[in-house]
Design a protein around this ligand. Sequence first.
Ligand SMILES: Cc1cc2nc3c(=O)[nH]c(=O)nc-3n(C[C@H](O)[C@H](O)[C@H](O)COP(=O)(O)OP(=O)(O)OC[C@H]3O[C@@H](n4cnc5c(N)ncnc54)[C@H](O)[C@@H]3O)c2cc1C
Length: 429
Amino acid sequence: MRVLVVGTGAAGAMAAKKLSAAGHEVHVLEAGDPFKALTRKVMHAGALRRTGLLGSERTISRLFPHMRTARSGDLVMVRGAGGCTTISCGNILPADKGLKEIGLDLSTEFAEIIESLHLCIVPRERWRPTTSQMFDVAQEMGLNPALTPKALSQDRCICCGMCELGCAMGARWDSRAWVEEAMASGAQVHYGHEVRDVMIEDGHAVGVHAVTSSGVTTIKADRVVLAAGGIGTAQILRRTGTSISDTLWIDPVFTFGGMKKESEQLDEMPMVWYAKKDDYIISPYLDLLSHFFQPAWRKVGIDDRVGVMVKLADEANGHVDADGNVEKALSGKDEASIKEAGELVEDIMSGAGVKGPITLGMINGGHLGGTVPLHREEVVTMHPAVLPENLWVADLSLVPRSQGMPTMVLAAAIASRVCSAVEKSDQSD
Ligand SMILES: Cc1cc2nc3c(=O)[nH]c(=O)nc-3n(C[C@H](O)[C@H](O)[C@H](O)COP(=O)(O)OP(=O)(O)OC[C@H]3O[C@@H](n4cnc5c(N)ncnc54)[C@H](O)[C@@H]3O)c2cc1C
């Protein structure tokens, strides 16, 4: 069986690994180029930053070529060209909001994936003092902060704080490890292949059209598995003429920036602890995007900047069009949660001696999904009724609700379960 997998993120890499191990002829189509990490040299752009010459989030990919953004009002959606795991903070937690409600239990997949990632926590002696103080304050406030499990090799991590720019030390896990496993089982990876749409004949997927440096090419297949992420998958389906729903969620991140002399928060892993509430988590995080691109953050230098983020489970109400443009707004409930979280963050920061004014960073959403939400009756087949029989979606697009939590493991677990369903459907053919 010749299968096309679209995307090399957590979901696509898992799908490629599982399907190639099962003996299929797997071709992985990836719009981006092979990923290369940036180093701290990027901080030289600091001089331009103070003048504002770096521009706005529209110019992010000039400084960080591996990032793609889309804006809707104040919200900036961020994704990695080549997948988001390469620019992640390596936080690993199983998130399953909204899944039990539709009868989907991924605990077996979560356990398998988490075991394979050999997690660790970052010991307190590697935290910066302000982060330690903020942890203590959060504890005194009854927020029950916990240490964040990380897919990370402690020995190799030099605490450069630049996880989002790729790990130049190779200390942090990313989905390239699974892509390599897939290749070892025979999968072929084609970079620079941006899938435009799925070719449908007589109600069946027969291949894709992909844009490459030499033009549009046709690639035939018996099965197509889309794992192009919350925007990419939605975009391909729109171009294919498949009906998707206006229920994009993005887990927006609000980073509150304060100031404390020589706090040097960049000299630690981001998000070493987190405090969880129903709809959000709070975690120490020096947001580099806000540092470089948010005008309100320009006056404070990187050594004195202290950031604490709130990652919110937002309402699923966004629209993605065929060009990848996004329309998304925060609801009244989202705004109320962020107000509540902001008050807690201000107390944590001031309790640890962080000074105001506390300014909000760029509101960015990097956990994207929800536009092909699975319904209860589709959970056995993992195949949404809107799709032709041999076209599959295997990423967070299937997840009906936002998480406000790390989503890499969820994306991989969904892909794993979809691949099991693909196998079952092959056997019944
Ligand atoms: C800055 C940042 C930090 C994060 N940190 C964490 C963290 O610490 N822990 C955590 O659990 N989660 C984190 N996340 C979220 C997590 O990384 C993602 O939710 C998850 O990895 C999504 O995986 P995916 O495979 O579904 O999508 P993606 O990672 O977006 O992968 C989709 C892939 O498809 C490719 N693609 C898109 N369109 C096309 C097309 N038309 N044709 C071909 N290829 C295409 C893309 O280039 C990409 O490689 C972070 C996200 C961001 C943005």
